[in-house]
Design a protein around this ligand. Structure first.
Ligand code: URA
Length: 235
């Protein structure tokens, strides 16, 4: 990996700061290097910047509060994507969104380059729960709770796994599902004759959207949050 790429991905320095630092010289295994394209071995080389040893990060884990109008993909010809919302240094390790939210859905998106974790989180066998806040056009009632619990049948005949509907007030509820079919919640609501007017994802398994994150903003996961996700990998 290039020296400048290594420093950007494993420090909080901006691109221009990385350039300046390299101009002055960075210690690679004790040798002063001033070339941005100098090749380092991220696993074995000891790299010191401004007197501090950098620790190589192999994986990146980010939670983003997705606003409406943004696509859950790495690139799109027309619309802005969740990856476009990341700063350059957070894109270096090529994170991608785990699963999809519709363009008009808000809320929790996990971005990572940990393919194994992504695979496990999306695997239907793992039954990872996803909790949403949902608003609909007509009142919900206890009978609907029962229908969701028993399993909603979608327009294509698919019988959904049991889901938990928690009614907050007439047209507002939390809905927890453990699968991820295309437009699943909108279609589940359609099956009980309701139309989703607002949808926001709050949780993916153990990961809970940080409610201090404004729409369009993101943060790196804490060690504890990463550990909680890693447990899923081991199961
Ligand atoms: N279900 C939907 O209908 N849309 C989403 O974005 C997520 C779940």
């Amino acid at each position: 990996m290039r020296l400048d790429k290594y420093i950007s991905s494993s420090s909080l320095l901006t691109r221009s700061e990385v350039k300046k630092v390299i101009k002055k010289g960075v210690l690679v295994n004790g040798e002063l290097i001033k070339k941005a394209d100098y090749k380092v071995d991220e696993l074995t080389d000891i790299i010191e910047v401004l007197g501090e040893r950098l620790e190589y990060r192999e994986f990146i884990y980010i939670m983003l509060n997705k606003p409406q109008g943004i696509i859950s993909a790495t690139e799109d010809k027309i619309d802005k994507t969740v990856v476009d919302l990341l700063e350059d240094r957070d894109r270096i390790l090529n994170p991608f969104p785990v699963g999809r939210l519709d363009k008009d859905t808000e809320g929790l998106i996990l971005l990572t380059n940990d393919g194994d974790l992504a695979h496990k989180l999306l695997s239907p066998k793992k039954d990872i729960t996803k909790k949403y806040y949902v608003e609909v056009d007509k009142d919900l009632n206890d009978n609907d709770k029962e229908l969701f619990f028993k399993g909603i049948i979608l327009d294509d005949g698919y019988l959904c796994k049991s889901a938990k509907l928690e009614i907050i007030s007439n047209k507002r509820a939390y809905l927890t599902i453990s699968e991820g079919k295309f437009h699943q919640i909108k279609r589940m609501m359609k099956a009980i004759n309701r139309k989703v007017t607002y949808l926001k994802r709050l949780e993916i398994g153990p990961l809970i959207l940080d409610d201090s994150l404004p729409l369009g903003k993101y943060r790196h996961l804490s060690k504890k949050e990463i550990n909680n996700l890693q447990i899923i990998k081991e199961k």
